[in-house]
Write a protein that binds this ligand. Structure first.
Ligand code: GLU
Length: 596
């Protein structure tokens, strides 16, 4: 109780301080980051070929990686509106190869001043309202931060005029783009639920007779082109003026109207801090800061695994067992401790302290699963555990320009099509459902990630940049996929650094997610029970773990859930010793990696 009171009063203190002081958590344990000679050419990897192409055009016109990122984001919001866009938020990790600095930009959405800790609970039952009620509510939408975050980075690293970076997507929106299989599939999947409730979304994603627009359909979006033109003139055009008024009006609509106001939008500022970096076997690993939990959680998995010889264990049941056990521990800590560090003291340094992680690793046995997994006690203070899941609807992209400036960006409207409300050609986010629906856990302890006015919800997004032992840039990685993002991303780092795999092979390793007791993994040759078809998303390739390895994990005591639907969307750019770049794109989605 004493701890709860202390937390409450420190929260009040921070809430009163307002939103100005950026979190500044400096690098942990002195990882080495040096300058890097320029690569032989630039590269873009993104979740849709049209978005990759938009980024490449900007690189070819002399734009920087940040200019290209702006172009990629603009294109993704048009061609992949189910995942990210103007109405969403993002985290970007940026490596400046001349200054040998790594920055974490935070464009996470922010709750309105009127948000309350219990706003997602049903008043009568006191339980969280159902998924679509929370997702499709006006209450779920936070002030969108992706575009102003990119603008902040553009002030630091832009080479082209800010507005120029929208040109190719303005044309694409006016001429029309071809609807991809994945977009068509998701419209069809969401059609029975609430996507048709919003008149703008209904008119845009469905034909006049109410059928979902099909794959191959030529979809234009004049409103989107107009929004980009407005943004080109005013980088804050989504947060002030007519577009902001329309966003606020849509949020105020039934059901469950939100309180997001023009004042909330005007108060929104992106944040910038030093990236969160730790050392893994001599490699600096740099990620985003809280409220992203991906930086600390991926690095906690790695820091725990550092106590084992992962390269000797290899891509075997033993290797995956260690990976799973380290993941269980890291997720438990993340669920308990990570939230917006402007509101809650997140013990990042303590969670990643090598001596602490040694004590966590000591809980792992090589020949049996841990009997119980609890969050550790990196510092002595009580926190309630947040059990809120987050849902697929996100995109990861990465750019390296010819100077070597590097960005790793994960961007999202949260669920598929966000809140499923459409304004001015783009979707509004439902990011505030990433807060815990409850403010206290079952023991009555306050949850770090509870809703509060002007607070940012915890994210699983895990954009990372990895460095070679000499401190030079080695590769970028990151993925969409709800809270599985952490496992997907950590897998690629183990795959490349410990198992010596190429970026593409690391991406194609089976996805293995160990959280809350069960071990979910992609199993080989799993077929849909009804259609008997292999169901592997757009890639339609088999990524599953061999059955013998799965059985060996079961024999170690793991509660294995064979999964068919681990649709990660990993994108990697890797720098080889000779300065050439190679890319990796996840065949589970529609992405491409292309050199300039
Ligand atoms: N909203 C989630 C987050 O920020 C991401 C959802 C997803 O990747 O699908 O962590």
């Amino acid at each position: 109780m004493k701890h709860a009171l202390l937390l409450t009063s420190s929260f009040l203190l921070l809430a009163c301080k307002g939103v100005d002081a950026p979190p500044s958590i400096a690098a942990v344990d002195g990882p080495k980051i040096a300058t890097t000679p320029a690569p032989t050419t630039g590269m873009v990897a993104a979740a849709n070929p049209l978005a990759t192409e938009a980024g490449l055009k900007v690189l070819r016109a002399g734009g920087s990686a940040v200019d290209a990122a702006i172009a990629v984001q603009a294109a993704l919001g048009l061609v992949e509106p189910q995942s990210s866009g103007l109405g969403g938020g993002a985290f970007m990790v940026l490596y400046d190869p001349k200054a040998a600095k790594v920055w974490a930009y935070d464009g996470r959405e922010e709750a309105p001043a009127g948000a309350t800790a219990t706003m997602f609970l049903d008043e009568a039952s006191g339980k969280p309202r159902n998924y679509f009620e929370r997702t499709g509510s006006g209450q779920s939408t936070g002030a969108p931060g992706a575009m102003v975050m990119l603008h902040k980075a553009h002030e630091d690293y832009g080479q082209l005029d800010w507005g120029t970076n929208f040109d190719s997507t303005i044309k694409l929106a006016e001429d029309g783009f071809t609807v991809s299989p994945r977009l068509a599939g998701l419209i069809t999947r969401m059609a029975p639920y609430i996507l048709k409730n919003d008149p703008n979304a209904r008119a845009y994603f469905f034909t006049e007779d109410g059928a979902p627009i099909p794959e191959g359909f030529l979809r234009d979006n004049q409103s989107y082109a107009d929004s980009l033109r407005a943004l080109a003139k005013n980088p804050r055009a989504l947060l002030e003026g007519e577009i902001a008024e329309d966003i606020v009006a849509a949020v105020k609509m039934e059901p469950f109207p939100g309180t997001l106001s023009l004042a909330d939008m005007a108060a929104y500022q992106p944040r910038k801090a030093e990236a969160l970096c730790t050392d893994y076997r001599g490699h600096a690993i740099c990620g985003a800061q809280p409220p992203a939990s991906g930086g600390v959680a991926v690095q906690s998995i790695l820091g725990t695994l550092e106590n084992f010889d992962m390269s000797a264990a290899g891509n075997t049941a033993q290797g995956w067992h260690l990976f799973a056990e380290a993941s269980f521990l890291a997720y438990a800590d993340r669920d308990k401790y990570v939230a917006d560090s402007k509101f809650v003291d997140v013990p990042v340094r303590e969670m990643l302290n090598k001596d602490y992680l040694k004590t966590r690793a000591a809980l792992i046995s090589t020949d049996a699963v841990m009997e119980s997994v609890n969050a550790g006690n990196p510092v002595a203070f009580a926190r309630g555990t947040d059990a809120t899941p987050d849902n697929p609807g996100t995109s990861h992209f990465t750019v390296v320009d010819k100077e070597g400036l590097t960005v790793s960006v994960t961007t999202t409207v949260e669920s598929a099509f966000g809140s499923q409300r459409m304004v001015r050609g783009f979707m509004l986010n439902n990011q505030l459902t990433d807060f815990s629906s409850r403010d206290k856990d079952a023991d009555g302890v306050l949850i770090a990630n509870r809703v509060a006015p002007r607070k940012r919800p915890r994210s699983s997004m895990s954009p990372h940049i990895v460095f070679a032992p000499n401190g030079e840039f080695l590769f970028t990685t990151g993925s969409p996929g709800g809270n599985s993002i952490i496992a997907y991303t950590a897998k690629t780092i183990v795959g490349v650094l410990d198992w010596g795999l190429s970026p593409q092979d690391a991406i194609e390793l089976p996805n293995v997610i160990a959280r809350n007791g069960s071990l979910k993994l992609e199993a080989q040759n799993l077929r849909d029970a009804e259609t008997d078809e292999l169901d592997r998303g757009a890639g339609a390739k088999e990524f599953g773990m061999e059955e013998a390895t799965v059985s060996a994990l079961e024999n170690l005591g793991h509660d294995v859930r064979r999964s068919r639907g681990e649709i990660s969307g990993l994108h990697i750019i890797y720098r080889q010793n000779d300065g050439t770049l190679i890319g990796g794109a996840d065949p589970r989605r529609e992405g491409t990696a292309e050199a300039q």
